[in-house]
Each structure stands twice: as structure tokens, then as C-alpha cells.
Design a protein around this ligand. Sequence first.
Ligand SMILES: NC(=O)c1ccc[n+]([C@@H]2O[C@H](COP(=O)([O-])OP(=O)(O)OC[C@H]3O[C@@H](n4cnc5c(N)ncnc54)[C@H](O)[C@@H]3O)[C@@H](O)[C@H]2O)c1
Length: 341
Amino acid sequence: MLSRVALRSRPVAQAALARTTPATIMSSRRMYATSKPDDAKADKVKSITVFGAGLMGSGIVQVAATSGYKVVMTDVTEKALENGMNIIHKSLARVAKKMAPKAEKSEEDWKQQVLERITTSQDPAEAVQNADLVIEAIIENLKIKQDLFAFLDSKANKDCIFASNTSALSVAEISSKCSEDRRTRFAGVHFMQPVPAMRLVEIIKAPKTDPEIIEILLAITARMGKSPVNCLDTPGFIVNRLLIPYLMESVRMLERGEATAEDIDQAMELGTGHPMGPFKLLDFIGLDTASHIVSGWQDKADQGLIDKKLVEPSPLMQKMIEEGRLGRKSGRGFYDYSSKL
Ligand SMILES: NC(=O)c1ccc[n+]([C@@H]2O[C@H](COP(=O)([O-])OP(=O)(O)OC[C@H]3O[C@@H](n4cnc5c(N)ncnc54)[C@H](O)[C@@H]3O)[C@@H](O)[C@H]2O)c1
């Protein structure tokens, strides 16, 4: 715990502490303990349009449709949409066993009901015509996200809420090409991978986001069975801000020859109760994805928003990426998965 003396010398920590009033602690505890959706707020949205039918987009479409929302899944090619629907079909088959109501309906009927709530589109203007909420889960590139939202701003209903599933970009920067009104209805909703299984969603308030929009997003994600947390629009939000520097320091420890990847993983699994050590986790996330986040933070470090040392690139990771050792998805990272492909 920080002592009073330490806090006095840290104005930022003090300011953060000042914001964390007993009331905010209580309300977040309540949310985690119950995760009960506020129905009136969750009902403000009936129809959701998701941009991106990849790993994250398809997962978000699935959990939204499973929770009763009508969903349009949008991508740039028919092949990407087919890929997204295949992911959903496979995943629904797995969850149907748990979710299908016992006796009343067969697993197949339940799946069919969920699938009937999903439509697909390659036409972004048409896809947002009736949307109450847009969730974007496309490539992690600021300009591409900005351009998409600027276009959608002119096509969507003025009340439609816009949200980005960005891992580490600034939500305010993503929304910067939208109108001032829309920016009050713009937030981050950061789901975790794999979306159907992971309970956490970070709800990110940018400086202009109306608090009412945050309340609605908390209610919607709670209805999706998630336990959302509030956070501000800072580099990496909560999870990645803590996780990425930890993963990078693990790689640097390996580079310095202080321990093997296996021993570091074992130490963190058995010594701290983490389900996966840092190298297994890096292989799961993808070395390219982790490295992308780190390089995206360089300008934040230059602006003094994050410590430079925390986001120094790793020569070992760069070499592995150049060799195509990206982790599980490529069959090899710090560990070998070739027999599992
Ligand atoms: N993969 C993860 O572990 C993870 C976790 C949390 C958040 N995210 C974030 O979610 C977003 C998507 O990540 P992903 O892993 O699903 O990526 P992905 O590569 O699996 O899927 C991205 C999809 O977006 C599509 N796309 C690109 N431009 C588009 C456009 N203009 N309109 C519609 N579709 C478009 C692509 O065709 C592709 O199908 C990124 O911002 C990423 O940082 C990823």
C-alpha cells in the first residue's frame, strides 16, 4: 500500500485516488458481484451492427445475438463474412450444450434461434441504416478506423452509439473525424479473446463521451453475460497497460539469459497462480499483435503518457516475427505447436 508520504510526492496517484471515492468503489463492486443488466438501459438498443467478421467481430456478433439482439455482421469481402459465420457456427455448437434450455427445445432449435438474429452485409451504409449501436472490430489501424467512422457518421441515425473494440489505440483519436454530437455518443468496448468465453469487457470513456452512453454500454455488455469495468482512454486501458509491459519484461529477462522461457512460465504459473505463464500467453496472443501494440505506444511514450522503458521493442521478438514464429497461429513461437495445427 502507498504510504501518505509516497502519495504526497505523487500528484497523479493522489488525483486518481481522489477520483476513487467510496461511492465509485461500491458501485464497481456491485457490478462485479452481480453483473445484473439494467434492463431499461440495455433495452435502449435493439439492433447492433458489428464491423469486422474476424476473430473478435464474429465473437461479438455471437454473444450479442445469443443475448437477444438483432445483429448485422459487416466485412469487406464475402469470404471474410463466410469465415465469420463458420467461426460462429462452430462456437455455437460448443456453447449450445450449456445454453440450450433443458427439455423445452433441442440444442439445434436454440442454435437456429440465435442464427436467425444474425444477418450479414458488405454494404456499410445499408448495414448501419437501422443500427442503434455500431461496434467496430476491424484491423488495428488508426487511419482506417477513423475513415470508417467518419463515413458511418454521415449514414447512421443521429442517436446511434458508436463503439470501438480497439486493443490499444486512443478512442478519442479514433472518433476525431466524427461530428461533435457523435463524439458524445462514442466510447470504447474492449472485449477479450475468445469473446464467448472471457467475461471481461473494458468500457472506455473518452473525454467527450456522455456518461449516459457508458451506462448503456455497461448494461448491454452485462446482458451479454459479461462483467464490464469502467476505464479512461489511456494507453492500453487497464488490461493491456499492465499486461504488455509485464510480457515485454519477461522477454527481456529471457534476452538477458536470466532464466529459460519454460522456467519463467512455471514460476508465474506455480508462484502467482497465473493460468498461463508470459511466454505461453504471448504465443496465444500472437507475437506480431503484441509487438504491434508496443510500437503503437512509441509516440505515447514520446508524449510522456507512458514510460519509455516499458515499451522498448525487443530484438528477440523482432527476429522471431521475421522468421514467422508468431505463436500458436503459425505453429511456432516460444513453443512448438506444429503437431496441433
Ligand atoms: N485478437 C485479439 O486478441 C484482440 C483482442 C481484443 C481486441 N482486439 C482488437 O479487435 C480488432 C479486430 O481484431 P481481430 O483479431 O478480430 O482481427 P482480424 O484480423 O481477425 O479481423 C479483422 C476483420 O476486419 C475486416 N475489415 C478490415 N477493414 C474493414 C472495413 N473497413 N469494414 C469491415 N471490415 C473490415 C477484415 O476483413 C477482417 O475480417 C482490432 O482492433 C484488435 O486490436 C483484438
